[in-house]
Design a protein around this ligand. Sequence first.
Ligand SMILES: Cc1ncc(COP(=O)(O)O)c(C=O)c1O
Length: 430
Amino acid sequence: MTAGPSIASARAEAAPAGPGAPLPVPLDIRGDFPILAREIDGRRLVYLDSAATSQKPESVIAAIDDYYRAHNANIHRGVYTLAQEATDLFEGARQRVAAFVGGEPATTIFTRNATEAINLVAYSWGRTHLGPGDAVLITQMEHHSNIVPWQLLCAERGAELRYLEVSDSGQLSLAQLESELARGDVRLVAVAHVSNVLGTINPIAEIVARARAAGAVSLIDGSQAVPQLTVDVSAVGADFYAWTGHKALGPTGIGVLQGRAELLEAMPPFLAGGDMIASVDFQSSTWNELPWKFEAGTSMIAEAVGLGAAVDYLTGLGMERVRAHERALVAETLERLAGLPDLRVLGPADADARGGVVSFVIEGIHPHDIAELLNRQGVSIRAGHHCAMPLMRRLGVPATARASFGPYNVSADVDALADALAGARRTFEL
Ligand SMILES: Cc1ncc(COP(=O)(O)O)c(C=O)c1O
């Protein structure tokens, strides 16, 4: 049930991986992803929207299919064979998902998505720890899911929401972090590991360490990081690390919250009902152990199984190789786009400082028109505010066009993007 990558490029197979040897890239794993065989209006599908959601390899689709065909039952309570198999598949997936990012199963909580993971912290930890005179510190580059829960929490608790600024090169300032922390009122620092718009890879271990030294709790939104970087949550040391399965080759409907055991133990439940209790009396209840205390109701069993298969697949590729491959595609994209007049790329200029996202604007063409014209060439990119409206305001643009990469993209996709953009400029007679 845990088939790894089946197709790798001849070059990838040929390259020896030894100490000091170059990483075996580029990858060509397109054959593992059935959807990439599709054509759009007779053209090869060029999928460049992995930051919104990734495509799924055959092994993930097969694992979900196999679960429903052969093992479907509700978990944890049944003594019959199917129920035990389903429980083993679900808890086995948790173990592999936890290990994939250096975490422990007991502190790896399955949620619906990253948004729910962050809301869990805002409701459960936030409501018990925040009050008037306290502050939550986030950044101008956050996704709405790492902004709006804190807005609601701060409004309810009479706390203040403050922002670290984003520089013109798309980066945060550790000096500003220091001065904010020095004010002495910051209780929580919540920061994206990798920006979904700018691509910026933030120095999260440093941010977490400084927050802790100032007595603040930290939450890292790893939604864009886990799919493309080697993430070790124990090395990062954050109190909470949230991410989402569907961007990491897994299915929709499953996210992950990894938390520090002492905090999770002390926190009240988020959602209440079946499975999260130890015992229920007429007037009161006691709570299940971690992680089940935070998993009320029937869990997303098939989705967990699918995410387990996704992390197996990524492990088979090797995350360092995935990163090297996507970094190379980004470097190539930055180079190709630099040759297009009137086009401005947002975020860090150096591919080492960014993940697999390239956002840009073209003077004289609205991002939605760019996306529409590219779609006619079979190239799927996203246009809009990318759920980061405060960042759009900071950048002084209403929207951007965004191309984002997954491990299944290849150099020919960069060519298709650059050629389609050149065509779009001609259409607008730029
Ligand atoms: C940086 C970041 N955080 C959080 C999310 C939210 O993910 P989900 O919608 O799966 O909860 C996204 C999704 O685009 C994201 O890019």
